[in-house]
Design a protein around this ligand. Structure first.
Ligand SMILES: *Cc1c(COP(=O)(O)O)cnc(C)c1O
Length: 395
């Protein structure tokens, strides 16, 4: 069961996020659904079991807990249905394997999340699926990359680490004309700011680890499908035996309720920090499509209704050692992978090794920031002090 029966599309996103996945048949009289830990589900008789005469038959195949989050995600995405996976990466690999077969070719954006590139270059290759990486700026020009084997196109916008926007509707239109499946990793914008299925995408993927969870305490993934791909996705997900753990699903549901307020705030704070950085003479460029100066700004403005708190900045002519000193000097930013939680993070990003279609060139080292729920003035003061400390030792 993955329909959003309790959802009303006429309501605003913030209202829908509070209500989705809370159908009475799942929650009973309570606000939230129970966290059901289950493998075995009992039947009243042998015949009842043989006929599978009840809604729940086995833990892996669904519980009221998993139904609640699946229904919520399906509603959030305006999808025919959604499945849950134990991580964001497993959600991407699930979506890919649900639609690819030996002999196929997939067109994959060059700025895709690194571990997805690794999956394509190893597992997909071993299974006889060829991958062609393309320039994120390709737009309708992607038509020239299609051959008779091409059955799928994968998008991620903005791109991992470097934040290039993509013309999603133009690429999706070309792919659909040729009968190819369109997949998109929409972890950055979330369906709050961009609904991929409304732009011609067939399978919309989120690392629920990031903004759905929102508290850096869970790994979770979701794949939502339009009517065309939903039966195929549901069948594949059940066949390979994927399921997410009940406590993790509950954390996902809990995070979802506050996603709109967190993201609105994180966008405002990120814009403040990004504008402050853009004005620093040490900074060559800020990579954030929500900024008017970003090359992807026009596409972002056309298609997305907001931006999340993740962006990058390039240091003008700095050595990598000095960039490391800058990050090490921060006290309010943690140093660590992942993002989407309530806390700010900073990493040194090295995209060069993950680009083959378009070589990555920059004026200096790249720092990626995730802006959390702290007061932006405190974050700016922390960055200001770190710039001063990084400058103390010249190199
Ligand atoms: C983090 C991330 C993933 C993977 O999520 P995990 O839960 O860490 O496996 C996938 N795609 C994008 C864009 C991500 O940022």
């Amino acid at each position: 069961m993955s329909s959003a029966s309790d959802d009303d599309k006429r309501l605003h996103a913030a209202t829908r996020l509070v209500r989705m996945g809370r159908a009475k048949d799942l929650t009973g009289p309570f606000v939230n659904p129970p966290v059901i830990h289950a493998s075995t589900v009992l039947f009243d008789s042998v015949d009842a079991m043989l006929d599978r005469r009840q809604r729940y038959v086995y833990g892996r195949r669904g519980t009221p807990t998993s139904d609640a989050l699946e229904q919520a995600v399906a509603a959030f995405e305006d999808a025919a249905g959604a499945v849950l996976c134990p991580s964001g990466l497993s959600a991407v690999t699930t979506a890919l394997l649900a639609c690819l077969s030996t002999g196929d070719r997939i067109l994959m954006v060059d700025t895709v999340y690194g571990p997805v590139r690794h999956f394509a270059d190893t597992v997909l290759k071993r299974l006889g699926v060829a991958t062609t990486y393309y320039d994120p700026a390709i737009g309708a020009g992607i038509a020239s990359l299609f051959d008779e084997r091409t059955t799928a196109v994968f998008l991620e916008a903005p791109g991992s680490l470097t934040f290039e926007m993509q013309d999603v509707p133009a690429i999706a239109a070309v792919a659909r004309e040729r009968g190819a499946t369109v997949l998109m990793d929409n972890t950055w914008a979330t369906p709050l700011f961009f609904k991929p299925l409304a732009f011609g995408v067939d399978l919309s993927i989120q690392a629920g680890t990031k903004y759905i969870g929102g508290h850096s305490d869970v790994n979770l993934g979701t794949v939502a499908a339009g009517p065309r791909l939903w039966p195929k996705l549901k069948e594949y997900h059940g066949t390979v035996g994927l399921c997410a753990a009940p406590d993790d699903i509950y954390l996902g549901l809990r995070g979802l309720r506050t996603l709109a307020v967190r993201l609105e705030r994180q966008m405002q704070s990120a814009l403040q920090v990004a504008r402050w950085l853009a004005a620093r003479q040490e900074v060559a460029r800020v990579l954030y499509p929500a900024l008017e100066t970003d090359p992807g700004h026009a596409l972002w403005k056309r298609d997305m209704s907001g931006a999340s708190g993740l962006f990058g900045f390039v240091l003008a002519g700095w050595s990598e050692e000095r960039a490391k000193r800058l990050i090490d000097s921060l006290s309010l930013f943690g140093i660590g992978a992942s993002w989407g939680g309530f806390e700010s993070l900073a990493i040194l990003a090295r995209p060069k090794a993950y680009r083959t279609a378009v070589p990555y060139e920059a004026e200096g080292p790249l720092v990626r920031l995730h802006i959390g729920l702290e007061e932006p003035a405190d974050l700016i003061a922390d960055l200001d002090a770190a710039f001063a400390r990084a400058a103390e030792v010249g190199d």
